[in-house]
Design a protein around this ligand. Structure first.
Ligand code: ADP
Ligand code: MG
Length: 376
């Protein structure tokens, strides 16, 4: 655990409230190695937790009030009993939404929460779910209530779907809750089956380079809900519970076929990636990452110019493969890069961004880190 991060959160709490917090909980952001837009189709995903986290320093209150502070942004206290979807609408909707869901589970006590974190916002690295998961663990911890990770994941999904209003699946919060150091999490979203697959790129002389395009997917009006609705329609038309159950897009209306083709081929790519990792054939994952990007760009149509330039420039500079991650329309890409040429890849990506007149991207090597938990 990152003790500096939890100390900072505890100190921020003490500065604001004049006493030490009861505890500090934290949850990481995530990178999804492969398996994009498959989670809400009951499919396969393969995320790992990144070292960047959100910390929640917390203490209970007796008056049914929730106070929230993040950085310098302290907001007016919220009465738990008054919370309803649609209010509030700013960043506080994420922690408030979690409190709203947990209240329905009988967690009715109020709390003071002070939030710190270093997961970039809107970068497709899931700062929102790290905030929601850390909040959920803090509120459950204060109430001394045990819950399974499956239940916490479901409650966080309810907060994000029903309170925040984002129709997201189970990938991000499950990754934040269940990932472990030095592993990718192979998750079958339909069955909930999980397997921790060892993932040590450095042992193979490789690095996973994250390229944050700094295009906030939040700001560009996401077509996420539209894609999701298209998949649900395809499943309905073919009389199956989810696109997971289809093995061809044939016979579907023209406009739905590329969506379904992406989900079918992406699920296959996840399974192939897991098989390659188990056999220590890391380099062969590269082409699967690139095929995933092409599928998201051409079939699912959720990429954008910056993500395409990032993936292409990384490959041109010698990356074994590269792809956009997250919902799309901005956010981050990853590239599988031989460690020796990482500086060259970074330079080429930066130069390509400058040539296109894009803002400078932010880049870092992502090493699988620990999942969520109580820090102190
Ligand atoms: P992503 O999850 O990819 O980072 P989202 O748009 O889903 O992007 O979530 C980003 C939003 O989450 C931010 O705009 C902010 O409202 C909220 N958020 C995340 N982390 C924090 C934090 N530490 N403090 C306050 N708000 C946060
Ligand atoms: Mg998010």
């Amino acid at each position: 655990m990152n003790s500096t991060g939890s100390n900072n959160a505890a100190e921020a709490f003490e500065r604001l409230h004049g006493v030490a917090p009861t505890g500090v909980w934290s949850a990481p952001g995530r990178v999804n190695l492969i398996g994009e837009h498959t989670d809400y189709n009951d499919g396969f995903v393969l995320p790992f937790a990144i070292p960047q986290r959100t910390w929640v320093a917390a203490a209970p209150r007796e008056d049914g009030v929730l106070t929230l502070a993040s950085g310098s942004a302290a907001v007016p206290p919220l009465r738990l009993a008054d919370l309803e979807p649609g209010s509030p609408r700013d960043w506080t909707a994420y922690p408030a939404g979690v409190a709203w869901v947990l209240r329905q589970q009988g967690i009715t006590g109020g709390a003071d929460l002070v939030i710190t974190g270093d997961v970039p916002h809107g970068s497709g690295l899931s700062s929102s779910h790290s905030l929601e998961v850390a909040t959920a663990l803090a509120l459950l911890g204060l109430a001394e209530t045990e819950a399974s990770t499956g239940d916490v994941a479901k409650w966080v999904q309810q907060a994000e779907n029903d309170f925040v209003g984002a129709p997201t699946g189970l990938l991000d919060q499950t990754a934040s809750l269940c990932c472990t150091e030095a592993h990718v999490l192979f998750l079958d979203v339909r069955t909930g089956r999980q397997e921790q697959v060892p993932f040590d790129a450095s042992r193979h002389g490789l690095e996973v380079l994250v390229i944050d395009t700094r295009v906030s997917h939040e700001l560009v009006g996401s077509g996420y809900a539209e894609r999701r609705a298209g998949c649900e329609e395809a499943a309905r038309l073919r009389n199956v519970p989810a696109v997971r159950d289809l093995d061809t897009e044939a016979g579907l209306p023209e406009r739905l076929r590329p969506l379904v083709r992406h989900v079918i081929t992406e699920n296959e790519r996840v399974l192939k990636t897991v098989a390659l990792l188990r056999e220590d054939r890391y380099e062969e994952i590269g082409p699967l990452l690139s095929a995933s990007h092409a599928s998201l760009r051409d079939d699912y149509r959720v990429s954008c110019a910056e993500l395409d330039v990032a993936a292409q420039a990384a490959e041109d500079a010698g990356a074994l493969g590269a792809r956009m991650i997250g919902g799309g329309f901005g956010g981050s890409a990853i590239a599988l890069v031989p460690a020796g040429i990482r500086p060259d890849v970074e330079r080429c990506v930066a130069e390509a961004f400058a040539r296109h007149g894009f803002a400078a991207p932010r880049m870092f090597t992502a090493i699988p880190a620990a999942g969520a938990g109580r820090d102190r």
